[in-house]
Design a protein around this ligand. Structure first.
Ligand SMILES: Cc1cc2nc3c(=O)[nH]c(=O)nc-3n(C[C@H](O)[C@H](O)[C@H](O)COP(=O)(O)OP(=O)(O)OC[C@H]3O[C@@H](n4cnc5c(N)ncnc54)[C@H](O)[C@@H]3O)c2cc1C
Length: 376
Protein backbone atom coordinates (compact mmCIF):
# COMPACT_ATOMS: atom_id res chain seq x y z
CA UNK A 1 0.00 0.00 0.00
CA UNK A 2 1.39 3.41 -0.99
CA UNK A 3 0.76 6.22 1.48
CA UNK A 4 2.86 8.76 -0.45
CA UNK A 5 1.18 11.96 -1.68
CA UNK A 6 0.32 12.21 -5.35
CA UNK A 7 1.50 15.47 -7.00
CA UNK A 8 -1.74 17.34 -6.21
CA UNK A 9 -1.69 16.28 -2.55
CA UNK A 10 2.01 17.16 -2.31
CA UNK A 11 1.28 20.64 -3.67
CA UNK A 12 -1.57 21.07 -1.18
CA UNK A 13 0.69 19.95 1.68
CA UNK A 14 3.46 22.33 0.59
CA UNK A 15 0.98 25.21 0.39
CA UNK A 16 -0.23 24.53 3.93
CA UNK A 17 3.34 24.27 5.25
CA UNK A 18 4.19 27.58 3.68
CA UNK A 19 1.05 29.20 5.13
CA UNK A 20 1.90 27.80 8.57
CA UNK A 21 5.46 29.04 8.42
CA UNK A 22 4.12 32.54 7.80
CA UNK A 23 1.14 32.62 10.15
CA UNK A 24 1.54 30.10 12.95
CA UNK A 25 3.75 32.20 15.23
CA UNK A 26 0.83 34.52 15.88
CA UNK A 27 -1.36 31.68 17.21
CA UNK A 28 1.16 29.09 18.44
CA UNK A 29 0.71 29.91 22.11
CA UNK A 30 -2.14 30.71 24.42
CA UNK A 31 -4.96 28.80 22.71
CA UNK A 32 -7.15 26.31 24.58
CA UNK A 33 -10.26 26.35 26.71
CA UNK A 34 -8.93 27.25 30.16
CA UNK A 35 -9.73 30.97 30.15
CA UNK A 36 -11.75 33.51 28.20
CA UNK A 37 -8.55 34.78 26.54
CA UNK A 38 -7.51 31.26 25.49
CA UNK A 39 -10.95 30.61 24.02
CA UNK A 40 -10.85 33.87 22.09
CA UNK A 41 -7.43 33.02 20.64
CA UNK A 42 -8.65 29.54 19.72
CA UNK A 43 -11.58 31.00 17.81
CA UNK A 44 -9.28 33.49 16.08
CA UNK A 45 -7.05 30.62 15.03
CA UNK A 46 -10.02 28.71 13.59
CA UNK A 47 -11.13 31.78 11.65
CA UNK A 48 -7.63 32.32 10.26
CA UNK A 49 -7.43 28.67 9.16
CA UNK A 50 -10.85 28.96 7.50
CA UNK A 51 -9.97 32.18 5.71
CA UNK A 52 -6.83 30.55 4.37
CA UNK A 53 -8.98 27.66 3.02
CA UNK A 54 -7.88 24.92 5.40
CA UNK A 55 -11.17 24.14 7.17
CA UNK A 56 -13.74 21.64 5.82
CA UNK A 57 -11.61 21.06 2.72
CA UNK A 58 -13.54 17.88 1.83
CA UNK A 59 -16.94 19.59 1.81
CA UNK A 60 -18.49 20.76 -1.46
CA UNK A 61 -17.11 24.06 -2.75
CA UNK A 62 -20.66 25.47 -3.16
CA UNK A 63 -21.01 25.46 0.65
CA UNK A 64 -17.61 26.90 1.44
CA UNK A 65 -15.45 23.77 1.32
CA UNK A 66 -12.96 22.86 -1.41
CA UNK A 67 -14.45 19.57 -2.65
CA UNK A 68 -11.22 17.67 -1.99
CA UNK A 69 -10.96 13.97 -1.04
CA UNK A 70 -11.28 13.01 2.64
CA UNK A 71 -7.56 12.26 2.76
CA UNK A 72 -6.85 16.01 2.45
CA UNK A 73 -8.51 16.52 5.83
CA UNK A 74 -5.95 14.01 7.08
CA UNK A 75 -3.14 16.06 5.52
CA UNK A 76 -4.38 19.23 7.26
CA UNK A 77 -4.49 17.47 10.64
CA UNK A 78 -1.12 15.81 10.10
CA UNK A 79 0.59 19.08 9.17
CA UNK A 80 -0.95 21.00 12.07
CA UNK A 81 0.31 18.32 14.46
CA UNK A 82 3.77 18.27 12.88
CA UNK A 83 4.00 22.06 13.20
CA UNK A 84 2.74 21.85 16.82
CA UNK A 85 -0.10 24.14 15.80
CA UNK A 86 -3.42 24.19 17.65
CA UNK A 87 -5.87 21.65 16.19
CA UNK A 88 -8.42 22.47 13.49
CA UNK A 89 -12.03 23.05 14.62
CA UNK A 90 -13.93 19.77 15.10
CA UNK A 91 -16.85 20.65 12.84
CA UNK A 92 -16.71 18.16 9.96
CA UNK A 93 -19.36 15.84 11.39
CA UNK A 94 -21.79 18.67 12.16
CA UNK A 95 -21.22 20.14 8.70
CA UNK A 96 -22.04 16.78 7.12
CA UNK A 97 -25.37 16.57 8.95
CA UNK A 98 -26.33 19.99 7.60
CA UNK A 99 -24.91 19.58 4.08
CA UNK A 100 -26.35 16.10 3.57
CA UNK A 101 -29.80 16.58 5.15
CA UNK A 102 -30.85 20.22 5.68
CA UNK A 103 -33.06 22.22 3.30
CA UNK A 104 -31.34 24.60 0.88
CA UNK A 105 -32.73 27.54 2.83
CA UNK A 106 -31.26 26.29 6.12
CA UNK A 107 -27.92 25.51 4.49
CA UNK A 108 -27.70 29.01 3.03
CA UNK A 109 -28.55 30.49 6.40
CA UNK A 110 -26.15 28.59 8.64
CA UNK A 111 -23.31 27.04 6.64
CA UNK A 112 -21.28 30.21 5.97
CA UNK A 113 -20.99 30.83 9.73
CA UNK A 114 -20.13 27.19 10.46
CA UNK A 115 -17.55 26.64 7.73
CA UNK A 116 -16.09 30.14 8.02
CA UNK A 117 -15.74 29.58 11.80
CA UNK A 118 -17.42 32.92 12.47
CA UNK A 119 -20.15 31.18 14.49
CA UNK A 120 -19.44 28.36 16.93
CA UNK A 121 -21.64 25.25 17.00
CA UNK A 122 -22.20 22.57 19.61
CA UNK A 123 -23.65 19.08 19.55
CA UNK A 124 -26.59 18.57 21.91
CA UNK A 125 -26.93 14.80 22.09
CA UNK A 126 -26.02 13.44 25.57
CA UNK A 127 -28.35 13.81 28.53
CA UNK A 128 -27.90 12.88 32.18
CA UNK A 129 -29.81 9.62 31.54
CA UNK A 130 -28.86 9.11 27.89
CA UNK A 131 -25.21 8.76 26.89
CA UNK A 132 -24.24 5.35 25.55
CA UNK A 133 -27.95 4.61 25.36
CA UNK A 134 -28.65 7.76 23.36
CA UNK A 135 -31.97 6.49 22.01
CA UNK A 136 -33.45 6.87 25.49
CA UNK A 137 -33.15 10.67 25.36
CA UNK A 138 -36.07 12.55 26.85
CA UNK A 139 -35.64 16.15 25.66
CA UNK A 140 -38.80 16.92 23.71
CA UNK A 141 -39.54 19.15 20.71
CA UNK A 142 -43.28 19.54 20.44
CA UNK A 143 -44.68 20.71 17.10
CA UNK A 144 -46.77 23.88 17.44
CA UNK A 145 -47.77 25.41 14.10
CA UNK A 146 -44.67 26.67 12.31
CA UNK A 147 -42.36 26.01 15.26
CA UNK A 148 -41.22 23.42 17.78
CA UNK A 149 -41.18 24.02 21.51
CA UNK A 150 -38.14 22.41 23.15
CA UNK A 151 -37.95 21.28 26.78
CA UNK A 152 -35.27 19.22 28.49
CA UNK A 153 -31.60 19.06 29.44
CA UNK A 154 -28.33 18.21 27.72
CA UNK A 155 -24.97 17.58 29.36
CA UNK A 156 -21.25 17.41 28.43
CA UNK A 157 -22.00 19.77 25.56
CA UNK A 158 -18.58 20.82 24.24
CA UNK A 159 -18.37 24.51 23.38
CA UNK A 160 -21.94 25.28 24.48
CA UNK A 161 -20.89 28.34 26.50
CA UNK A 162 -19.80 30.25 23.39
CA UNK A 163 -21.91 28.53 20.72
CA UNK A 164 -24.37 30.39 18.57
CA UNK A 165 -26.01 27.20 17.26
CA UNK A 166 -26.73 23.77 18.72
CA UNK A 167 -27.42 20.69 16.62
CA UNK A 168 -29.98 19.17 18.94
CA UNK A 169 -31.45 15.68 19.14
CA UNK A 170 -34.94 15.80 20.61
CA UNK A 171 -37.99 13.56 20.74
CA UNK A 172 -40.72 14.80 18.39
CA UNK A 173 -42.78 11.61 18.10
CA UNK A 174 -43.26 10.23 21.61
CA UNK A 175 -45.62 7.50 20.39
CA UNK A 176 -43.18 5.93 17.94
CA UNK A 177 -40.53 3.32 18.89
CA UNK A 178 -37.65 5.20 20.52
CA UNK A 179 -35.15 5.32 17.62
CA UNK A 180 -37.83 6.48 15.19
CA UNK A 181 -39.23 9.23 17.38
CA UNK A 182 -36.16 11.47 17.40
CA UNK A 183 -35.55 14.53 15.19
CA UNK A 184 -32.59 16.83 14.59
CA UNK A 185 -33.03 20.58 15.03
CA UNK A 186 -30.74 23.58 14.67
CA UNK A 187 -31.34 25.66 17.79
CA UNK A 188 -30.27 29.27 18.20
CA UNK A 189 -28.47 29.31 21.55
CA UNK A 190 -29.42 32.95 22.02
CA UNK A 191 -33.12 32.04 22.13
CA UNK A 192 -35.11 32.84 25.21
CA UNK A 193 -35.33 29.83 27.57
CA UNK A 194 -31.80 28.48 26.86
CA UNK A 195 -29.75 28.32 30.07
CA UNK A 196 -26.07 27.22 29.87
CA UNK A 197 -24.14 26.28 32.98
CA UNK A 198 -20.41 25.78 32.73
CA UNK A 199 -18.74 22.56 33.90
CA UNK A 200 -15.03 22.95 34.71
CA UNK A 201 -12.95 19.83 34.25
CA UNK A 202 -10.17 18.54 36.49
CA UNK A 203 -7.74 19.54 33.70
CA UNK A 204 -8.87 23.15 34.02
CA UNK A 205 -10.66 23.07 30.67
CA UNK A 206 -13.90 25.04 30.69
CA UNK A 207 -15.27 23.77 27.44
CA UNK A 208 -18.24 21.81 28.79
CA UNK A 209 -21.67 22.89 29.84
CA UNK A 210 -25.02 21.59 30.88
CA UNK A 211 -27.72 23.16 28.77
CA UNK A 212 -31.31 23.55 29.90
CA UNK A 213 -34.18 24.21 27.47
CA UNK A 214 -37.31 25.73 28.95
CA UNK A 215 -40.07 26.24 26.35
CA UNK A 216 -37.52 27.26 23.71
CA UNK A 217 -39.17 28.22 20.44
CA UNK A 218 -37.44 26.84 17.33
CA UNK A 219 -38.70 27.62 13.79
CA UNK A 220 -39.94 24.50 11.95
CA UNK A 221 -37.59 25.60 9.14
CA UNK A 222 -34.69 24.62 11.44
CA UNK A 223 -35.58 20.94 11.24
CA UNK A 224 -32.72 18.99 9.64
CA UNK A 225 -34.10 16.26 7.36
CA UNK A 226 -37.54 14.84 8.15
CA UNK A 227 -39.31 14.44 11.45
CA UNK A 228 -38.20 11.15 13.00
CA UNK A 229 -34.99 11.06 10.95
CA UNK A 230 -32.75 12.23 13.80
CA UNK A 231 -31.27 8.83 14.63
CA UNK A 232 -30.33 8.14 11.03
CA UNK A 233 -28.69 11.58 10.73
CA UNK A 234 -26.79 11.09 13.99
CA UNK A 235 -25.37 7.75 12.80
CA UNK A 236 -24.47 9.34 9.45
CA UNK A 237 -22.64 12.28 11.00
CA UNK A 238 -20.78 10.22 13.58
CA UNK A 239 -19.11 8.46 10.66
CA UNK A 240 -17.32 11.76 10.05
CA UNK A 241 -16.32 12.39 13.67
CA UNK A 242 -13.25 10.23 13.44
CA UNK A 243 -10.95 9.26 10.59
CA UNK A 244 -9.03 12.26 9.23
CA UNK A 245 -8.92 13.84 12.71
CA UNK A 246 -7.10 10.75 13.97
CA UNK A 247 -4.12 11.67 11.79
CA UNK A 248 -3.68 14.86 13.79
CA UNK A 249 -4.27 13.15 17.10
CA UNK A 250 -1.68 10.48 16.47
CA UNK A 251 0.70 13.08 15.06
CA UNK A 252 0.48 14.93 18.35
CA UNK A 253 1.37 11.74 20.24
CA UNK A 254 4.47 11.51 18.03
CA UNK A 255 5.38 15.03 19.11
CA UNK A 256 5.00 14.03 22.77
CA UNK A 257 7.49 11.19 22.23
CA UNK A 258 9.89 13.58 20.48
CA UNK A 259 9.65 16.11 23.33
CA UNK A 260 10.21 13.44 25.99
CA UNK A 261 13.17 12.04 24.06
CA UNK A 262 14.69 15.52 23.77
CA UNK A 263 14.17 16.23 27.48
CA UNK A 264 15.91 12.98 28.48
CA UNK A 265 18.73 13.36 25.93
CA UNK A 266 19.46 16.91 27.05
CA UNK A 267 19.43 15.91 30.72
CA UNK A 268 16.44 18.09 31.54
CA UNK A 269 14.63 14.94 32.69
CA UNK A 270 16.22 11.78 34.03
CA UNK A 271 14.94 8.32 33.21
CA UNK A 272 16.01 5.11 34.94
CA UNK A 273 16.14 1.89 32.95
CA UNK A 274 12.53 1.00 33.71
CA UNK A 275 11.31 4.38 32.43
CA UNK A 276 13.53 4.17 29.34
CA UNK A 277 11.99 0.77 28.58
CA UNK A 278 8.50 2.17 28.98
CA UNK A 279 9.23 5.19 26.81
CA UNK A 280 10.68 2.97 24.08
CA UNK A 281 7.63 0.69 24.20
CA UNK A 282 5.31 3.71 24.04
CA UNK A 283 7.24 5.02 21.00
CA UNK A 284 6.76 1.69 19.21
CA UNK A 285 3.04 1.76 20.03
CA UNK A 286 2.67 5.26 18.57
CA UNK A 287 4.54 4.22 15.43
CA UNK A 288 2.19 1.26 14.95
CA UNK A 289 -0.85 3.44 15.61
CA UNK A 290 0.30 5.95 12.99
CA UNK A 291 0.39 3.29 10.29
CA UNK A 292 -2.86 1.72 11.43
CA UNK A 293 -4.73 5.01 11.27
CA UNK A 294 -3.18 5.86 7.88
CA UNK A 295 -4.30 2.49 6.53
CA UNK A 296 -7.87 2.98 7.82
CA UNK A 297 -8.04 6.41 6.20
CA UNK A 298 -6.74 5.03 2.91
CA UNK A 299 -9.31 2.21 2.97
CA UNK A 300 -12.37 4.14 3.95
CA UNK A 301 -15.03 5.31 1.52
CA UNK A 302 -16.83 8.64 1.91
CA UNK A 303 -18.53 8.64 5.28
CA UNK A 304 -18.21 4.92 5.88
CA UNK A 305 -18.04 4.02 9.53
CA UNK A 306 -16.27 0.74 9.41
CA UNK A 307 -15.54 -1.49 12.34
CA UNK A 308 -11.91 -0.54 11.72
CA UNK A 309 -12.85 2.83 13.24
CA UNK A 310 -13.64 1.06 16.52
CA UNK A 311 -10.31 -0.76 16.38
CA UNK A 312 -8.54 2.58 15.79
CA UNK A 313 -10.34 4.13 18.70
CA UNK A 314 -9.55 1.25 21.07
CA UNK A 315 -5.89 1.29 20.06
CA UNK A 316 -5.73 5.06 20.47
CA UNK A 317 -7.27 4.92 23.94
CA UNK A 318 -4.77 2.34 25.17
CA UNK A 319 -1.72 3.88 23.52
CA UNK A 320 -2.49 7.49 24.43
CA UNK A 321 -3.35 6.74 28.06
CA UNK A 322 -0.22 4.62 28.45
CA UNK A 323 1.98 7.30 26.84
CA UNK A 324 0.74 10.03 29.18
CA UNK A 325 1.30 7.69 32.15
CA UNK A 326 4.91 7.32 31.05
CA UNK A 327 5.38 11.06 30.46
CA UNK A 328 3.80 11.89 33.77
CA UNK A 329 6.02 9.39 35.60
CA UNK A 330 9.03 10.75 33.75
CA UNK A 331 8.31 14.30 34.88
CA UNK A 332 7.62 13.16 38.46
CA UNK A 333 10.68 10.88 38.63
CA UNK A 334 12.88 13.81 37.64
CA UNK A 335 11.45 16.05 40.33
CA UNK A 336 10.80 18.56 37.64
CA UNK A 337 7.49 20.27 37.62
CA UNK A 338 6.71 19.78 33.97
CA UNK A 339 4.81 22.33 31.98
CA UNK A 340 1.21 22.54 33.20
CA UNK A 341 0.18 20.86 29.98
CA UNK A 342 1.89 17.59 31.00
CA UNK A 343 -0.58 16.83 33.74
CA UNK A 344 -3.52 18.41 31.88
CA UNK A 345 -2.80 16.18 28.88
CA UNK A 346 -2.63 13.16 31.15
CA UNK A 347 -6.02 14.04 32.59
CA UNK A 348 -7.47 14.72 29.15
CA UNK A 349 -6.29 11.32 27.93
CA UNK A 350 -8.61 9.76 30.48
CA UNK A 351 -11.56 11.24 28.57
CA UNK A 352 -10.47 9.41 25.42
CA UNK A 353 -12.17 6.24 26.69
CA UNK A 354 -15.52 8.03 27.05
CA UNK A 355 -16.26 10.46 24.25
CA UNK A 356 -17.31 9.48 20.75
CA UNK A 357 -18.53 6.11 22.08
CA UNK A 358 -17.01 4.62 25.24
CA UNK A 359 -14.43 1.87 25.05
CA UNK A 360 -16.94 -0.69 26.31
CA UNK A 361 -19.29 0.25 23.47
CA UNK A 362 -16.43 0.08 20.95
CA UNK A 363 -15.54 -3.37 22.26
CA UNK A 364 -19.16 -4.45 21.81
CA UNK A 365 -18.96 -3.34 18.17
CA UNK A 366 -15.76 -5.34 17.69
CA UNK A 367 -17.25 -8.37 19.48
CA UNK A 368 -20.40 -8.38 17.39
CA UNK A 369 -19.24 -7.14 14.00
CA UNK A 370 -15.67 -8.40 13.76
CA UNK A 371 -15.69 -11.48 15.98
CA UNK A 372 -19.31 -12.31 15.13
CA UNK A 373 -20.19 -13.03 18.76
CA UNK A 374 -23.90 -13.11 19.61
CA UNK A 375 -25.38 -10.21 21.59
CA UNK A 376 -25.64 -11.09 25.26
C1 LIG B 1 -14.38 14.96 26.18
C2 LIG B 1 -15.84 14.71 25.98
C3 LIG B 1 -16.56 15.48 25.07
C4 LIG B 1 -17.94 15.27 24.91
N1 LIG B 1 -18.63 16.11 24.08
C5 LIG B 1 -19.96 15.92 23.92
C6 LIG B 1 -20.72 16.82 23.10
O1 LIG B 1 -20.19 17.80 22.56
N2 LIG B 1 -22.03 16.60 22.95
C7 LIG B 1 -22.65 15.54 23.55
O2 LIG B 1 -23.85 15.37 23.33
N3 LIG B 1 -21.98 14.69 24.38
C8 LIG B 1 -20.64 14.87 24.58
N4 LIG B 1 -19.94 14.03 25.42
C9 LIG B 1 -20.65 13.00 26.15
C10 LIG B 1 -20.35 11.58 25.66
O3 LIG B 1 -20.92 11.36 24.41
C11 LIG B 1 -20.89 10.62 26.72
O4 LIG B 1 -20.16 10.86 27.92
C12 LIG B 1 -20.72 9.18 26.31
O5 LIG B 1 -21.59 8.87 25.25
C13 LIG B 1 -21.00 8.22 27.47
O6 LIG B 1 -22.24 8.49 28.04
P1 LIG B 1 -22.41 8.70 29.63
O7 LIG B 1 -21.42 9.70 30.06
O8 LIG B 1 -23.84 8.96 29.88
O9 LIG B 1 -21.99 7.32 30.27
P2 LIG B 1 -22.88 6.01 30.35
O10 LIG B 1 -23.48 5.72 29.02
O11 LIG B 1 -23.79 6.12 31.52
O12 LIG B 1 -21.79 4.91 30.64
C14 LIG B 1 -21.20 4.74 31.94
C15 LIG B 1 -20.29 3.53 31.87
O13 LIG B 1 -21.08 2.36 31.58
C16 LIG B 1 -20.60 1.72 30.40
N5 LIG B 1 -21.72 1.19 29.61
C17 LIG B 1 -22.84 1.86 29.26
N6 LIG B 1 -23.64 1.05 28.52
C18 LIG B 1 -22.98 -0.12 28.40
C19 LIG B 1 -23.30 -1.35 27.75
N7 LIG B 1 -24.43 -1.51 27.05
N8 LIG B 1 -22.39 -2.36 27.83
C20 LIG B 1 -21.23 -2.22 28.51
N9 LIG B 1 -20.89 -1.08 29.17
C21 LIG B 1 -21.76 -0.05 29.10
C22 LIG B 1 -19.88 2.80 29.62
O14 LIG B 1 -18.93 2.26 28.73
C23 LIG B 1 -19.27 3.62 30.73
O15 LIG B 1 -18.06 3.05 31.15
C24 LIG B 1 -18.58 14.24 25.63
C25 LIG B 1 -17.87 13.46 26.55
C26 LIG B 1 -16.52 13.69 26.75
C27 LIG B 1 -15.78 12.87 27.76
Amino acid sequence: MDFADDPAAAEFRAGLRSWLSEHLAEYAHGTGYESAEAVERTHKWHKALAQAGYVAVSLPAEYGGRGLPDSYEGIVNQELAAAEAPPSPPIGHIAHAVVDFASDELKTRVLPGLLGCTQVWCQGFSEPGAGSDLASLTTTATADGDRFVVNGQKIWTSGAMWSRWCLLMARTEPDLPRHRGISMLVVDMESSGVDRREITLASGSREFAEVFFDNVSVPAANLVGERGQGWQIAMHMLAYERGPADMGWVGRLGQVIATAREAVSSGQLTADEALRQRLAAAAVDVEVLQWHVARSLANRGPGSRSEAGSVDKLLTIRIEQNLYHVVNDLAAASFVVGPPTTFANYLWSRAQSIYGGTQQIQRQIVAQRILGLPRD
